[in-house]
Design a protein around this ligand. Structure first.
Ligand code: GLU
Length: 468
């Protein structure tokens, strides 16, 4: 197994949402595949026909796409492979590693009772029966698992996990209606997809023992296992609704950037020394599945916000502008062509404190307002006759500015205040209010530059002209 190129996979069941734990599992599989120069695959475990709607499958595609963790090949759909799963069962039967179990539901119930009373697992009398005794009635096919000894799961995260075979019943592989069961399908699919490393949540650790027995029954190589600790809420309890968010789409809607999510999720259970912020390239070169820790990881909103702020400050303003458009649309603000340029020049001036794209949207609203702005009372109250006079004199200075940049406008405003013999505090708040309509805005020069010359002077004119 070790000399085969690495193939990892993510195998989500479409449930209608993509859990943040699934995203982290996808990331670790992706990182490991990239680190080893291998492949990262996607399988949709869509055997629950009621839940596996087209929309629910699309949620997974969208989630992976948003996260930037797209698979290297077209997805495999589990349900469509049922014939192949049945074929593997025939193989197991032929190898003597499975048997047909003709227990009726009543017999099974009775055996369950006895097994419970005797403190053992269910055992079918058909395990050792001769095929010649087969009655003509419905049957399930069960794995003929060893009765004694241990099954070892050599896990890259958990270490060696031992399962006593006497505690594992003979797993049903095919139901009476001929449908394959979950663990069988997973093994056959992983084998056929060439998966070398199964990296998934540790809620599947028990399945790893079951699956190991199926691999052995088929005479196939057992993959390398790595079971990741679950993600808990900040309080240490299992992640749930009350912790704020669980679905990838919620993090998107809350204004987190995918690169911040990748950096953040990578730190949930893995790390590289004390490094908090690292690029995909760094994570890929450092990541090893062996370094994943087995203690549950806790979601930490402050850390996520800190990272997101970092990536917002790094991102191309044009890209952020594009990402803001749908956010602004939810606030009734449409971004037209000319606004794009305005946004691009505003974003660098306002993003310093933005933890999310929602914060950033708050910070750019002022620039998208249309004239004539409605001035809140607080701003109107600042527009005394004296201040109006001062602002109209300032307007004239601004109109004559040699260029419209922060380095020009900052000293211009300062000298204007000096010439007027007042501090900037005497007119600054009114100027800001008039320019921003009372919305958050950067410092004065930044606000003027964001708006541009015409818009700035226009907004001043609107406020200074007698009320219409
Ligand atoms: N379909 C399983 C889940 O969504 C994952 C199975 C696996 O990774 O083996 O939890």
């Amino acid at each position: 197994m070790s000399d085969r190129p690495v193939v990892t996979r993510i195998a989500p069941s479409p449930t209608g949402m993509m859990h943040i734990g699934t995203a982290r599992t996808a990331l670790f599989n992706w990182l490991y595949a990239r680190h080893t120069g291998g492949k990262f695959l996607l399988r949709i475990e869509d055997t629950d026909r009621e839940r596996s709607t087209e929309a629910a499958v699309q949620v997974i595609f969208d989630g992976l796409k948003w996260l930037g963790l797209e698979a290297d090949e077209a997805p495999v759909f589990q349900f469509a492979r049922a014939d192949r799963h049945r074929e593997a069962v025939q193989q197991l039967l032929a190898r003597g590693a499975a048997y047909r179990d003709y227990m009726t539901p009543e017999e099974l119930e009775a055996e369950r009772e006895v097994a419970r009373a005797e403190g053992r697992v269910v055992r079918s009398p058909w395990r050792d029966a001769s095929p010649n005794d087969a009655p003509d009635r419905p049957f399930v096919v069960r794995l003929k698992a060893p009765l004694e000894g241990e099954t070892l799961v050599e896990d890259q995260v958990k270490g060696t996990v031992r399962f006593q075979n006497q505690n594992l019943d003979d797993l049903v592989l095919l139901r009476t209606d001929g449908t394959p069961t979950y663990n069988l399908a997973v093994v056959v699919d992983d084998h056929d997809m060439g998966v070398t490393h199964v990296i998934r949540g540790d809620d599947h650790l028990n399945n790893a023992a079951r699956q190991t027995l199926i691999y052995q029954g088929l005479g196939w190589d057992v993959p390398v296992w790595a079971h990741l600790p679950l993600i808990h809420g900040p309080d240490g309890a299992k992640l749930s609704k009350r912790h704020g968010a669980q679905a990838v789409s919620e993090f998107d809607a809350m204004g987190y950037l995918p690169e911040a999510m990748r950096n953040y999720l990578a730190k949930l259970g893995w790390g590289h020394g004390d490094d908090e912020i690292f690029s995909d390239e760094q994570a890929i070169s450092w990541f090893d599945i062996k370094d994943v820790v087995s203690a549950p990881a806790r979601l930490d909103w402050d850390k996520l916000n800190h990272l997101n702020n970092h990536y917002i400050r790094q991102a191309e303003p044009a890209r952020l502008g594009g990402l803001l458009e749908p956010v602004l649309a939810t606030r009734g603000l449409t971004v037209g062509d000319p606004d794009r340029e305005v946004l691009e020049r505003t974003i660098p001036l306002v993003r310093e404190g933005a933890k999310t794209l929602l914060d950033l949207a708050d910070a750019v609203v002022f620039v998208l307002k249309r004239r004539r702005l409605e001035l809140p009372e607080k701003v109107q109250g600042l527009l005394t006759d004296e201040t109006r006079g001062r602002l109209s004199r300032l307007r004239e200075s601004l109109a004559g500015a040699s260029d419209w940049t922060v380095p020009t406008l900052e000293p211009l405003i300062r000298s204007f205040a000096e010439a007027e013999g007042v501090g900037i505090g005497k007119f600054g708040p009114a100027l800001r209010g008039v320019l921003s309509g009372g919305s958050p805005a950067p410092d004065l020069a930044g606000t003027l530059v964001s708006l541009g010359k015409d818009e700035s002077l226009g907004r001043l004119d609107d406020a200074l002209s007698p009320a219409a």
